[in-house]
Design a protein around this ligand. Structure first.
Ligand SMILES: [Zn+2]
Length: 404
């Protein structure tokens, strides 16, 4: 045999051995942890359902370590603080032996389909809400998952490394750091009694793949197609951004644009890339003749290209009105002292705020600003290339994912 071939062959054997070793260790650990026998644990570790549909297979040892070592939900003094009913719950784990690992592996995949929030963002989706969505989504394909405990949902989220936060008042539920709008989309797709989304701008990237593969598993097909998280492309549609800006205007036009923005947020309709798109959207949703007239006047204004107007500066960015300001002396490092400046401005729609803060204390010197408004956060961003004091906000580009 040529040397290269021998080397490749030995590499393959090496890989296989590593894999077998990992499976054995995982299986032994899980069998011990759930007080079940090796075969029952192995059946789950080797099941099609647990191989990882939207990522690598979750390791049983990692799951166990999470309960022990996680910074928020990890054990204290050797006792688990996470139990079946949740964070500092009153119940211990009631492991059933035959299905626990499969259930947790599926929960990990379920959570993987969502876009995680970025560091610094606040987790906004309650584990209770996610747990119900997971039951409806997974239960159709794997009946033991038609009921999922709050504790297991939190366990899977912690193992996946999603951001977790306690609720404002003491609760067994935690807040989980996945996209709120994507969660809302999934909930409405799978839960009975909800209005189905009419557009897919908030459909999680892995939704279709996970659903398709679980359907295949359910009918005994064994092919698990590898999923690659699609690249996120941000695209600017000037017409759509202009409509967002119009929502700031008083009167019928402002109301029309506000309704348009709310429709995007709630997945009632898609993004209007151009005026023709807006007309097509209006044909598909129930609207009054008056609304159609307003739409026509909006489109006429767009077509006149009346740039710039007071509502639409050439660069599309705006400053909003200041509502409060404060300037306080603050102690710094050593004997020096400095000031902390704090300003609040209206957000673009006027229901929330834009906050600007300057810490001029020697040794700190931090300058920061952020948008504090549920409605505007997702549609607006700070314009690039400006200092914190000079900030301007502008509509965000539309996020488009490559077909997955
Ligand atoms: Zn706002």
């Amino acid at each position: 045999m040529p040397a290269l071939e021998i080397e490749m062959k030995s590499n393959i054997i090496e890989l296989r051995n590593t894999r077998d070793r990992k499976i054995k260790q995982d299986t032994r650990a899980w069998a011990a942890f759930t007080s079940t026998n090796y075969t029952t644990a192995l059946r789950q570790v080797e099941s099609q359902l647990t191989q990882g549909i939207l990522g690598d297979q979750v390791s049983a040892r990692h799951l166990i370590n999470t309960l022990n070592d996680h910074p928020l939900i990890g054990a204290e003094g050797g006792d688990f603080i996470l139990g079946e009913d949740g964070y500092y719950g009153d119940t211990q784990w009631s492991l059933k032996g035959k299905t626990d690992f499969t259930e947790l592996a599926l929960l990990v995949d379920f959570l993987r389909m969502f876009t995680p929030i970025t560091p610094g963002e606040k987790p906004e989706v309650s584990s209770n809400s996610l747990k119900h969505a997971a039951e409806d989504f997974l239960g159709q394909h794997y009946s033991p998952a038609s009921y999922v405990s709050n504790g297991r949902l939190i366990w899977a989220a912690a193992a996946l490394g999603l951001q977790l936060a306690e609720q404002e008042s003491a609760s067994h539920y935690l807040m989980i750091g996945v996209s709120e709008r994507e969660h809302d989309y999934v909930k409405r797709m799978v839960r009975a009694g909800h209005t189905r989304p009419q557009a897919d701008q908030h459909r999680p990237a892995g939704f279709t793949h996970l659903q398709t593969e679980l359907e295949k598993c359910a009918i005994g097909e064994t092919v698990i197609g590898r999923w690659v998280r699609p690249a996120v492309l941000a695209e600017s549609f000037p017409f759509h951004e202009w409509l967002i800006l119009l929502a700031d205007r008083a009167g019928e036009v402002g109301q029309f644009a506000s309704d348009y923005v709310a429709g995007i947020r709630d997945s009632d309709h898609r993004v209007a890339r151009n005026p023709e798109d807006l007309l097509a959207i209006l044909e598909a949703v129930p609207s009054s003749p008056r609304t159609d007239d307003v739409a026509k006047s909006v489109i006429a204004e767009w077509n006149r290209g009346s740039l710039p107007t007071p509502e639409l500066p050439v660069d599309r960015s705006i400053r909003t009105a200041r509502i409060t300001s404060s300037n306080e002396n603050a102690p710094g490092w050593g004997a020096d002292s400095g000031t902390i400046e704090f300003y609040e401005y209206l957000c673009p729609f006027g229901e929330g705020k834009i906050i600007e803060e300057h810490d001029n204390t020697p040794g700190f010197r931090e300058h920061d600003h952020w948008i504090r408004c549920d409605k505007c956060e997702a549609e607006w961003k700070f314009a690039d290339g400006l200092s914190v004091r000079e900030w301007r906000v502008e509509p965000k580009p539309v996020v488009i994912r490559e077909a997955s």
